[in-house]
Design a protein. Structure first.
Length: 293
């Protein structure tokens, strides 16, 4: 009995739907050019610093050229994969009952696990793959809320004031002026923003959202961040990019032939590279909330 394509499509839809829902990191690192299948590694020139000034005048004849220091680097395309299985008897039941015979929970779990893996590598990198993370390797000196001023402390600082101060640190280099900015917060800190501002009908989120081009859409809750932490960053392919060789998809193993245990196997996978060009475009926010009971 051959495996109908409709079964693969059903499981693939479950994998894709559950993969998309928890993804957060992809909203913080701009998507760059797609990669050809089988890329494996990318070799690029890394610009280490910016130098030089434009020459002014009328019809300038000698034009200055970029002389920034450059260094070659290799970026790894990482496979994020997870599998699930189906017993041959389910295939037989499908012939009689259609989709009602299929259990999509394993496929759903597969998509979530792959999404969590991709999110984790975006935020925290992977030393085994020589991949840097936008939080773990953020280049600016972390912004730390002083003890007693945490958002959930009765004597704490107003969250919008904290973000203003942190934003001043982020833009202090003045290297990326004009680029969009994004804010990621651990869920515990994120929901502190929905507290009412004293003597108003507004929440702190109402005020913080005004600091960003797309308002609240530029503020995400990220469970991959430590409980009391956040990340403030620029968003542009010039500072960091995500290159996709293959978007999430589901493939049947061994042509759908059952093994000796009568199990049919499926693998979900995506192949992507994350490449941080400028670490000083990322700022850790720490001690936003008190974790002391």
């Amino acid at each position: 009995m051959s495996l109908p394509e409709s079964i693969v499509n059903y499981f693939d839809s479950k994998v894709v739907q559950s993969y998309q829902v928890p993804l957060v990191g992809v909203n913080l690192i701009a998507k760059g050019d797609p990669l050809p299948p089988g890329t494996g590694r990318i070799t690029r020139d890394q610009v280490l610093n910016f130098t030089g000034k434009a020459k002014r005048g009328y019809r300038v004849r000698t034009i200055p050229r970029e002389t920034a220091e450059r260094s070659p680097k290799t970026v790894t395309v990482v496979e994020h994969t997870y599998g699930f299985e189906m017993h041959r008897k389910v295939l037989e039941a499908y012939e009689r009952q259609g989709e009602t015979a299929l259990n999509g929970q394993d496929a759903t779990q597969c998509g979530r696990v792959i999404a969590q893996s991709l999110d984790d590598i975006i935020f925290n990198g992977d030393k085994n793959q020589s991949v840097k993370g936008i939080f773990s390797d953020a280049g600016l000196e972390p912004y730390v809320v002083e003890e007693g001023k945490e958002w959930n402390n009765p004597t704490g600082a107003a969250p919008d004031t904290t973000i203003v101060e942190a934003m001043a640190e982020l833009v202090g280099t003045q290297l990326y002026t004009g680029m969009d900015t994004k804010l990621a917060l651990n869920p515990t800190a994120y929901w502190e923003l929905f507290k009412r501002v004293p003597n108003t009908s507004n929440t702190y989120m109402d005020y913080v959202a005004k600091f960003f081009k797309n308002g609240q859409d530029d503020i995400v809750q990220a469970s991959n961040l430590p409980v009391a932490s956040g990340l403030l960053c620029y968003y542009d392919t010039e500072v960091a990019e995500r290159n996709v060789e293959e978007e999430i998809n589901t493939r049947v193993v061994n042509g759908g032939e059952p093994d000796k245990e009568d199990m049919i196997y499926f693998n979900g996978a995506t192949f992507q590279a994350t490449d941080i060009h400028h670490f000083d475009a990322f700022l850790q926010l720490n001690n936003l909330i008190s974790t002391t009971p």
